[in-house]
Design a protein. Structure first.
Length: 313
């Protein structure tokens, strides 16, 4: 982690994920690549609705977080789960949030380089937001992204995503971060030929370009905000082993508090909702290199792990 913190705090850092165990989604806590089922080490956090998994945990985050921190301190004497057999056994962490809000055009290098706006400035602009349907766009690691046959220009965007831990409406810059429970890695996939379709009434289509099935890989786990310095995280994305994106969250145009204030001016964010905070430069839009079936995507953010996803037919 980049954030300064006492060594004992860093040592017990953990993430929350959902594994497939005996065919069933199983919420788990992960430390140093070892997993423990929450039902075994902190069953209280799954109440009152264990079937909701981590959605129940984030739905009562102020109650859940101290119990999870205490459980992480006791893990030395608790037997872990067997390691996942394959990437597909690590599911998207949340099954499923009510809302998935994404921010577009939120890194200076992406706007001035990839998008070609050399004179772009923040003062005369407003942030761009859009929604993806969580139940059909969120996928976890592995061979989970089916190539969208309607596009010939499939593109990638690594993003830092956050999970809401408290109901939020009309936030201020002073209180916005109090509502963030944790962070994870997201990849916002785009169909650029639809996104910039000249047939569209305004020549720009965030429906056809963004909301197709499997268009938001997420994971591998969610790291509580207490362990994350969100202002100084390194984002890196590889396509078939070639580094394509390499940037830091400090280069965002609108900070995370500014994004949350702008979003909650219009809608209520609920516990478990995900906000994805935009991508830096290096996407295929700038190079004309589009993805195809068989391509391997690897997205990594400081302290949050690596999300590895393959595109299938």
């Amino acid at each position: 982690m980049n954030a300064p913190a006492p060594l004992e705090i860093i040592a017990m850092a953990f993430s929350l994920t959902t594994l497939r165990v005996d065919g069933s989604p199983t919420p788990a806590l992960c430390v140093d690549d070892r997993y423990w089922a929450l039902a075994d080490i902190a069953p209280e956090v799954l109440q009152p609705e264990p079937s909701r998994g981590l959605m129940n945990v984030f739905g009562h985050w102020e109650h859940s977080e101290p119990l999870l921190v205490a459980a992480a301190e006791r893990l030395a004497s608790a037997p872990p789960l067997p390691a996942p057999h394959s990437l597909e056994d690590v599911l998207t962490p949340l099954q499923y949030p009510r809302k998935l809000v994404l921010t577009g055009a939120n890194y200076y290098d992406h706007m001035r380089g990839d998008a070609g706006h050399s004179d772009w400035d923040k003062e005369s602009k407003a942030p761009l937001f859009f929604l993806k349907p969580p139940t059909t766009t969120l996928v976890g690691p592995g061979r989970t992204v089916r190539y969208p046959e309607q596009t010939a220009k499939l593109d990638y965007e690594i993003e830092l995503a956050l999970v809401i831990g408290r109901k939020a409406r009309h936030l201020t810059l002073a209180d916005a971060m109090d509502h963030v429970a944790g962070y994870t890695v997201a990849v916002d996939l785009s169909a650029r030929d639809w996104q910039r379709d000249p047939r569209h009434l305004v020549k720009f289509d965030l429906f056809g370009g963004k909301v197709f099935d499997d268009s938001c890989p997420l994971g591998p786990g969610i790291v509580p905000a207490r362990y994350v310095d969100h202002d100084d995280l390194r984002l890196r994305f590889w396509l078939n082993g070639e580094l394509k994106q390499d940037a830091h969250t400090r280069d965002m145009i609108w900070s995370i508090p500014e994004q949350l204030v702008a979003i909650t001016e219009h809608l209520t964010l609920e516990p478990g909702d995900i906000v994805s905070t935009g991508t830096p430069a290096g996407v295929g839009l700038a190079t004309g290199q589009w993805m195809c079936p068989g391509d391997l995507m690897e997205a990594e953010i400081t302290g949050l792990g690596r999300l590895t996803v393959e595109i299938t037919k």
